[in-house]
Design a protein around this ligand. Structure first.
Ligand code: MN
Length: 207
């Protein structure tokens, strides 16, 4: 099990196992038009994590990464897909779907709590403690610290295991189809954010 850091693209010789791929991103902030995309993290669930870092002034060409993320036959796992899909659309120009979102699944089955952060999910469903200490750190720095690398990798490390647990709960609560409908709509929700409807509920009667 190792964390691999790459600059500007995934090397062509990196091979991922078949099946879903866990994806996360780190940016300078949460406003896609303002805050540049700094890092994309990937895991096939078999132990290694790959981090692709983009420097300031990057052209975000990254053909290998884009081919993987845009592959319509490869399910992407996210925790809060709405942000990651949106910022990757804005910077990489690809729609990284089809997708599964562990946060959305959690909201559909863990209705007894409002704690749907990755840390909360990993603790309750997998009984593992993960640190979120580096969450708000400078992802645009010239050198990423060891703590940043570990943190970034840990954000994709547990998504396959979480999906398994959440799928059992969705099944139990008879919400599999509803979850799938949400996942199918999520790219459109992310595009609405990017296009200028970040806060509004377009289905709402008022506003
Ligand atoms: Mn993250």
């Amino acid at each position: 099990m190792a964390v691999h850091l790459h600059e500007e693209d995934l090397p062509a010789d990196v091979k991922f196992a078949d099946g879903p791929i866990a994806v996360d991103t780190e940016a300078m902030g949460l406003v896609p038009g303002r805050d540049r995309l700094c890092l994309v993290q990937l895991s096939d669930g078999h132990g290694d994590e790959h981090l692709v870092r983009f420097g300031r002034g990057s052209d975000y060409s990254a053909p290998n990464l884009k081919a993987l993320l845009a592959d319509p036959n490869r399910l992407k796992l996210y925790h809060f897909a709405r942000f990651d899909v949106g910022i990757m659309q804005a910077y990489l120009g690809i729609l990284a779907a089809p997708l599964y979102c562990t946060r959305t699944a959690s909201r559909l089955v863990r209705t007894y709590t409002d704690r749907h952060g990755l840390k909360d999910l990993v603790k309750e469903l997998l009984n593992v403690d993960v640190s979120k200490q580096q969450q708000c750190s400078d992802w645009g720095a010239d050198e990423l610290s060891d703590a940043q690398r570990d943190y970034a990798a840990s954000d994709v490390r547990y998504l396959h295991a979480l999906k398994e647990k959440l799928d059992e709960r969705l099944e139990r609560e008879d919400r599999v189809a509803l979850a799938q409908a949400c996942f199918d709509f999520l790219p459109a929700r992310a595009l609405l954010d990017i296009a200028g409807w970040p806060e509004q509920d377009i289905f709402a009667h008022d506003g």
